[in-house]
Design a protein around this ligand. Structure first.
Ligand code: EPZ
Length: 431
């Protein structure tokens, strides 16, 4: 297992470029299944989760070539011959369940392993399945797999079983359910309206990709999305949006120990409330163009904050562990309330090992700011909790070892290299 060794206290400076968005790339790769011809995706981050999603497509007999030197992914879906997403890959990465919508639309059936929970919560997919049923599919669970198929008796169109457009009201604005159902509806018969849809910026990115392939979609990015089914979709060339969670991670690192750090491809409008909250804490964010943010550690002590995570445009849950680091050394009491996942405070005990003073009360973390953090051996429990431990190591006194960094390597491209490029003292050690 690999670990990071970080010596804290260095001042970060210079420029870092944000990679393509993990939580868009995974969906666009899955959506490529819908095309009848070659797809080219650009700005694809070279991360573990992308490689896993590429493996999923290869098990479906889709040919995929990833050129990690220029972040271009070439996908030829025309040879696809399976509609089963295997357990060993779905277990490794739950986002694999996002091939269900495209496979159901393409084949009229799909067999996908039930993803199961992860460290941050149960991660149910009931909203996805209920939506598929409203589109005319039948679901049943057997041997740990969800079998979902279109009832062939009443849904043959031009020799192919097709979903039937419907109005779907989501119980919760689930990102995955919005994405799965939007993809499924692109080849359905007639019109589908998804109400209470998720509004994160990755949703319009997926919709724009589908539209570039010939889909008819309106309203992506709002809470009501209308999709009119088309006969088929063709391959296209598309460049993925930058990763606003990676951007938020580097902005926070610069706010902790930076001097005029320029974060390139940080789109402020995609992280409005996060930027507002950082400014409220006393971290100034300047820009020299519409696609960059320049950050320095403030001269005065940070101010405490109250944070409540919510679906977009609320404060993003993925940046909740990240913002806890500056708040752990902000004089006064900060309160973080996690409203999206049941178990997203795994990093708290690790931060307390570094001298933080945080108490968990239900879905609140009550943070009493301390003067400083001190380096210690800590664990990465999940992707964003792990990134938070790295930020803590950058600002702590002494040496921090972060174990189980495979969690972090799932979602951050060349994380240690990018931090080293800014002047951080961080090394990867393979045990
Ligand atoms: C996406 O997960 C992201 N993952 C997560 O990022 C992110 O934290 C999450 O959205 C919330 O923003 C990817 O895009 C690959 P949801 P997703 O469906 O789609 C419950 C990261 O760090 N729910 O909006 O799974 C669910 O249990 C990862 O990059 C149901 O109950 O999120 C959760 O509590 C972590 N039933 C809440 O809704 C369902 O059918 C939000 O889930 C679906 C969801």
């Amino acid at each position: 297992m690999s670990r990071y060794i970080i010596n804290g206290g260095n001042t970060l400076s210079g420029k870092v470029k944000i990679s393509g968005a993990k939580n868009s790339a995974l969906k666009l790769i899955a959506a490529s299944i819908l095309a009848d011809s070659r797809v080219t995706l650009k700005n694809v981050p070279d991360i573990e989760d992308v490689r896993t999603m590429v493996e999923v497509l290869r098990t479906l007999n889709v040919s995929v070539v990833f050129n990690s030197s220029n972040n271009i992914l070439e996908i030829d879906p025309s040879t696809i011959n399976s509609f089963e997403a295997p357990y060993e890959l779905v277990r490794k990465m739950r986002a694999s369940v996002l091939v269900a919508g495209p496979l159901l639309a393409k084949f009229g059936e799909v067999k996908v392993a039930i993803p199961g929970g992860c460290n941050i919560g149960a991660r149910q997919i009931d909203i996805h399945l209920k939506g598929f049923e409203e589109l005319g599919a039948k679901n049943f669970i057997e041997h740990g797999y969800i079998n979902c198929s279109i009832d062939s008796k009443k849904s043959m169109h031009a020799g192919r079983r097709k979903l039937a457009g419907a109005t779907i009201n989501l119980d919760f604005p689930s990102r995955g359910a919005t994405e799965n159902l939007m993809m499924a509806a692109t080849l359905a018969e007639g019109k589908t309206v998804i109400n209470n849809a998720a509004r994160e910026k990755e949703i319009p990115d997926l919709a724009n990709f589908l539209i570039s392939m010939g889909a008819d979609i309106k309203g992506a990015g709002t809470d009501s999305i209308t999709i009119v089914g088309v006969r088929s979709l063709n391959g296209s060339v598309y460049s993925i949006m930058p990763d606003s969670i990676e951007a938020g991670t580097f902005i926070t690192a610069a706010g902790l120990c930076g001097k005029k750090v320029e974060i390139e491809d940080a789109i402020r409008e995609n992280m409005e409330i996060f930027c507002l909250k950082l400014r409220e804490a006393g971290i100034e964010l300047n820009s020299t163009s519409k696609n960059n943010i320049v950050v320095s550690r403030p001269k005065k002590a940070l101010r405490p904050l109250n944070i409540s995570t919510l679906p977009y445009p609320g404060f993003p849950t993925d940046l909740q562990p990240i913002i806890a680091v500056p708040l752990s050394i902000a004089p006064g009491v900060s309160i973080i309330t996690e409203n999206v996942f049941e178990n997203r405070f795994m990093y708290v005990e690790e931060l307390n090992r570094m001298g933080a003073n945080i108490k968990i009360e239900g879905h609140h973390a009550v943070i009493n700011g301390v003067k400083k953090l001190s380096g210690a051996p800590v664990k990465a429990f999940d992707l964003r909790a792990g990134a938070a431990m790295v930020l803590a190591g950058l600002v702590a006194e002494g040496t921090t070892e972060v174990f189980d960094i495979h969690h972090i390597q799932r979602g951050y491209e060349r994380f240690a290299d990018k931090l080293t490029g800014l002047g951080a003292d961080i090394k990867v050690v393979d045990d």
